[in-house]
Design a protein around this ligand. Structure first.
Ligand SMILES: Cc1cc2nc3c(=O)[nH]c(=O)nc-3n(C[C@H](O)[C@H](O)[C@H](O)COP(=O)(O)OP(=O)(O)OC[C@H]3O[C@@H](n4cnc5c(N)ncnc54)[C@H](O)[C@@H]3O)c2cc1C
Length: 390
């Protein structure tokens, strides 16, 4: 957002405040190539360090905003009420924090992790030694990516999913079946519909879990990938309307006209629903939309075509759209071996696509989702029908 404001000619001062020690960086590699060691830390940065100064953007790192005084238009930093900053417009881009297991307290034992930041990945990576046993709790995309990385690093991996199947919240059973098979073939022990009753062993270094089903699973390291909680506490305490995220309109405006919110922390309108989108594409596109509206108000409301990706082993999954309320899924074989796509329909309307090793279907789905006229299920599942001719 800061850079977009400058590109669009914003002349006022811009201050970015972050509570981490690193300049803004990409998080997706943390569960992929950064954890395998294939991508160095300096390659994670979103922008070269000098570009902030060059663009007149003041970066305050390692500083946490503790509260906002809306009447005074002022933010206060942690631990010191004399330390504050005035604003004309305030943007919440506070992201989220990983959901933690209820029974382990605020500080996790030394061998149990969640993954959101570089510091989490660094701490975890040290323990992912070949031959160790990693327990992954949660069969969503982050859990599955971590399982794949750990297998690549030579660990034994067990993945536990509490719901009847993996990817239950985000994908159809056809996509889940593919990934279950992929992980099982790569040596992951994947158990669905199982819950942890307790962690056992030394308090600071548990060594096995008891399952409610009665059996036990031992581990050296465990990682939880059980979802994200939006960082909306400060906004809520400042009296902004929040409901599992900061409520915004199609221009990122909160219930205070001087405050906007973007990215993982915001709950925004999407085709008649209020949703949160946890994706890099949305964080950037929504922020840029807000920047444009600050510089030049009066444009159309934000209408994203969400997209997301996940890398597991040699498989690339690309998702276009959101499958909220889907009623039907059809599968289309790809043109190359191992490529296919699952297309989601709500009634006759195509609303999303999971493309597996099938970049062409992903690109077409993204294009169609931006327009009203879309292909019907019968056409999609006919392999002789050329997508590009629609
Ligand atoms: C391991 C992992 C893998 C992912 N993989 C993918 C992927 O493959 N594809 C994809 O599209 N998305 C992926 N995502 C999601 C994507 O990274 C997020 O959607 C994106 O980072 C959201 O950006 P954001 O700016 O809203 O929030 P964040 O990136 O979370 O940034 C928010 C920043 O604000 C800071 N902050 C919070 N509160 C305060 C405060 N009070 N004071 C100061 N600073 C504060 C936070 O510490 C953080 O640095 C992944 C995320 C993770 C963690």
């Amino acid at each position: 957002m800061a850079f977009r404001l400058r590109q669009k000619g914003y002349r006022g001062s811009i201050t970015m405040i972050g509570d981490e020690v690193w300049p803004p960086y990409q998080r997706p590699p943390l569960s992929k190539k950064y954890l395998t060691g294939e991508l160095a830390r300096d390659r994670l940065s979103l922008k070269p360090a000098e570009t902030y100064e060059e663009n007149g953007i003041e970066l305050l790192l390692d500083r946490r905003v503790a509260r906002v005084d809306r009447a005074a238009r002022r933010v206060f930093f942690d631990g010191n009420d004399d330390n504050s900053l005035d604003y004309e417009t305030l943007i919440f881009a506070t992201g989220g924090r990983p959901r933690q297991p209820d029974d382990l307290g605020d500080t996790l034992p030394e061998n149990i992790f969640t993954l959101r930041a570089i510091s989490d990945a660094d701490a975890m990576r040290e323990r992912l030694a070949p031959g160790k046993h990693l327990l992954v709790v949660g069969g969503g995309y982050i859990g599955l990516e971590l399982a794949a990385v750990a297998r690549k690093r030579g660990l034994k991996v067990t993945l536990l999913e509490q719901a009847p199947r993996i990817l239950g919240r985000v994908a159809c059973s056809q996509t889940a079946d593919y990934f279950r098979h992929l992980h099982t073939e790569n040596g992951v022990t994947l158990r669905e519909g199982v819950s942890i009753e307790s962690f056992e062993g030394p308090e600071q270094r548990p060594s096995f879990v008891k399952l409610t089903e009665g059996d036990e699973v031992s581990f050296d390291v465990a990682v939880f990938g059980i979802g994200l909680l939006p960082n909306d506490t400060i906004a809520r305490e400042a009296g902004l309307e929040c409901a599992g995220g900061i409520i915004v309109d199609g221009w990122g405006r909160t219930s205070d006209p001087d405050i906007r919110a973007a990215g993982d922390c915001a709950r925004l309108p999407y085709r008649g629903d209020m949703i949160r989108l946890e994706s890099v594409h949305n964080a950037i596109a929504q922020a840029e939309h807000i920047a444009d509206d600050i510089v030049c108000p009066g444009g159309p409301s934000y209408a994203p075509v969400p997209w997301f990706w996940s890398d597991q082993y040699d498989c690339k999954l690309q998702i276009a759209g959101l499958n909220l309320g889907y009623t039907k899924v059809v599968t289309r074989p790809g043109t190359k071996p191992g490529a296919f796509s699952n297309w989601y329909f709500k009634g006759e309307e195509m609303i999303a696509c999971d493309a597996i090793n099938d970049a062409r279907s992903f690109m077409m789905a993204k294009r169609w989702l931006a327009v009203a006229h879309r292909p019907c299920p019968e056409l999609i599942c006919d392999p002789s029908w050329d997508l590009a001719k629609f």
